[in-house]
Every structure is written in C-alpha cells, then in structure tokens.
Design a binder for this molecule. Sequence first.
Ligand code: HEC
Length: 140
Amino acid sequence: MTSIRPSFIRVVFTAIALGSALMLSPAAQAADTSAAEQLQHWSAQAGTPGNVGKGEVFFNSRQGGEWSCASCHGTPPTTQGKHANTGKVIAPLAPAFNPKAFTVIAKVDKWFRRNCNDVLSRECSASEKADVLAYLNSLK
Ligand code: HEC
C-alpha cells in the first residue's frame, strides 16, 4: 500500500471544506422578492387585487381540517408563532414585524404549498394567497 502524504490530505480536506461552504451558502438564501412584490404577483395571477378583510377571515378560519393558519402563526401574526404540533417557534409572519418574511421565493412557495395542504388539503389559490398577503401587509 502506498502511503498518503500529509500535504495531499491537507489539500483534500481544504477542498472538502471549501466545497461544503459553497454548498451551504445558497442555503442562506439570498433575498429575491419582497412582501409587496408577492402581493403584486399573486394579485396579478388572480386577476383581482388581494383583499385585506377576506385575507383576515381566511387566515383565522379552519377550512374543514384541524388547523387554521393562525393555529401555528398566531393571531394577529405579529409576534412569534408556535407550531401547533411540534411547538417549534416560528418567526412573525407579518412582514412589518419580520424583515425576512416573504423575501425568498423558494421559501414562500415551499411553505404556501406545505401549509395550505395542512389546512385545506390542497394548494391555496392565487386569490387566497393575494388576500393573505394583503392582510399580512396591512399589519403595522
Ligand atoms: C402546522 C403549522 C402551520 C400552519 C397550520 C401554517 N403554517 Fe405557515 N409556516 C409554518 C412554519 C413552521 C413555517 C416556517 C417558518 C420559518 O422557518 O421561518 C411557516 C412559514 C410560512 C410562510 C413562509 C413565510 C416566509 O418567511 O417567507 C408562509 C407564506 C406561510 N407559512 C403561510 C401560511 C398560511 C397561508 C397558512 C394557512 C393556510 C399557514 N401558513 C399555516 C407552520 C404553519
């Protein structure tokens, strides 16, 4: 068996460290949207502007299942929420109280998909998303 030189091992380790740093950094998720832009986007998709009152009712209502949006995000969602199942702390959903809310498209899409499924057993429609955003953006 040939012996592996320490310098070679150092190079390999440096490469692994650099590689994982590079792979991890996109997970920090650079901001690529905003709450205002999300409201605009979903209103355009719905063909009608998001409605604050409808969003508030939607957010606080159970839709046939065990949970409403408020079950985990609290009401109004201006302070930390708490996962109804796991107790995990959730940062405030209202953008005025959480500068990171609605700043990463992939995150917004992922959680809309997952949470709407948990609450409605289906995706939220574009107009439901627009209404929720209008409501959240109205909280100051
Ligand atoms: C079972 C608990 C639970 C319920 C019910 C729930 N959510 Fe969430 N939601 C979470 C968690 C956990 C996160 C991720 C928080 C984090 O990591 O920052 C989240 C994040 C989100 C995000 C991403 C926000 C961002 O930072 O960009 C949106 C949008 C969202 N939820 C909308 C909703 C809506 C709309 C409903 C109701 C249809 C709802 N949620 C119901 C647990 C829940």
